[in-house]
Design a protein around this ligand. Structure first.
Ligand code: ADP
Length: 318
């Protein structure tokens, strides 16, 4: 079982010719749908074939009802703290060049507590993999990760969004971290003071990138996702998780990407599901599956809605 602790948002998206200026009133094309890194990753884990539970906080409103309906549709076991605050929302303006301006209303997401997560001890005891991000309070993720430590489950931390700060306690409890290029450089600056240009990571010599990874997380494994360049894996211990080398690159799948929104969420959910299902395979095999899964997700428009099913990934890539 995969247990995801994280955020649910209702996304409100306006497509406009140009981004609005102060005082302006503009008409645009509107669409709405589910979002939030936690929910996207839980959807990916479930569709990749894992029994999935999602621990989150929702308001008593239509957003909360939407989360329940969507989770039920994907067979996700949803455990929600009912908050007086509204369900999380994101207002997104996209201009004709694809540039965006985003406003987040964390709402109920900010209320997710260590106590609520801790009240699901029995559920956490059945997990092989715990997955969390930084869109909900760090204490809630840390509570889940400490429970995982007690039962020997694997903890995956996706340190996103890039400007969020993880506590030292949470960092110490993460077995694997999965930043994208921007998040990697942001966390490196925050935690070590070192500055790196995110655009240079995919061409940096492997030994150098490995050294940066080790500076960022002394213990455990770092998986840096590199968009169409796939990902880079760095282990603290060369033999960790059945891999025979301490660091390596894993190429992306050959796909025709049309929308990379949520590609990182697809990668995280699929990696968690794969690790939970066949823990015996080398880590490299799980990462390769996550690349294929995330690659296929980029051929479809949307985030949670674009997550493929395991059978589709296998049919496409064998
Ligand atoms: P994020 O969505 O967080 O910015 P990335 O852009 O690094 O994350 O993408 C996550 C994963 O999605 C990559 O490691 C890769 O597996 C897959 N991916 C993203 N963009 C592409 C692409 N253009 N072609 C193939 N795979 C992609």
């Amino acid at each position: 079982r995969v247990v995801v602790v994280g955020s649910f948002n209702v996304d409100h998206v306006w497509s406009l010719a140009a981004l609005p200026q102060p005082g302006e009133t503009l008409a645009g094309t509107y669409r709405t749908g589910p979002g939030g890194k936690g929910f996207n990753q839980a959807t990916a884990a479930a569709r990749a074939g894992a029994q999935t539970s999602f621990i989150c906080a929702l308001g008593e409103d239509v957003g909360g009802q939407l989360a329940h309906a969507l989770a039920a549709g994907d067979g996700i076991d949803l455990r929600d703290l009912r908050s007086d605050a509204p369900t999380g929302t994101a207002g997104i303006y996209v201009d004709a060049d694809g540039r965006n301006t985003i406003v987040i209303g964390p709402g109920a997401n900010a209320e997710l507590s260590a106590e609520f997560v801790g009240s699901h001890d029995a559920l956490l005891g059945t997990a092989q993999v715990l997955l969390s991000q930084l869109e909900t309070p760090v204490e809630s993720a840390a509570a889940a990760f400490s429970a995982a430590r007690r039962i020997g489950a694997l903890t995956l931390l996706n340190p996103a969004p890039a400007d969020a700060v993880a506590s030292d306690a949470l960092w110490a409890l993460a077995d694997v971290i999965t930043p994208n290029e921007t998040e990697f450089c942001a966390q490196l600056r925050l935690r070590t003071g070192a500055t790196l240009d995110p655009d240079t990571l995919s061409v940096l010599p492997d030994a150098e990138l490995h050294a940066h990874c080790r500076r960022l997380l002394g213990h455990g494994s770092v998986v840096v996702t590199l968009g169409k360049a796939g990902c880079f894996v760095s282990h603290a211990d060369g033999a960790l998780h059945g891999d025979d080398c301490a660091y390596y690159r894993c190429p992306a799948a050959a796909v025709k990407a049309v929308d990379t929104t949520g590609a990182g969420d697809a990668f995280n959910g699929a990696l968690a599901a794969s690790l939970a299902a066949t823990g015996e395979a080398p880590f490299a095999a799980h990462v390769a599956y996550a690349n294929r899964y995330a690659g296929l997700s980029t051929e479809r428009v949307g985030a949670a809605a674009a997550m493929p099913r395991d059978a589709e990934v296998r049919a496409r890539f064998g």
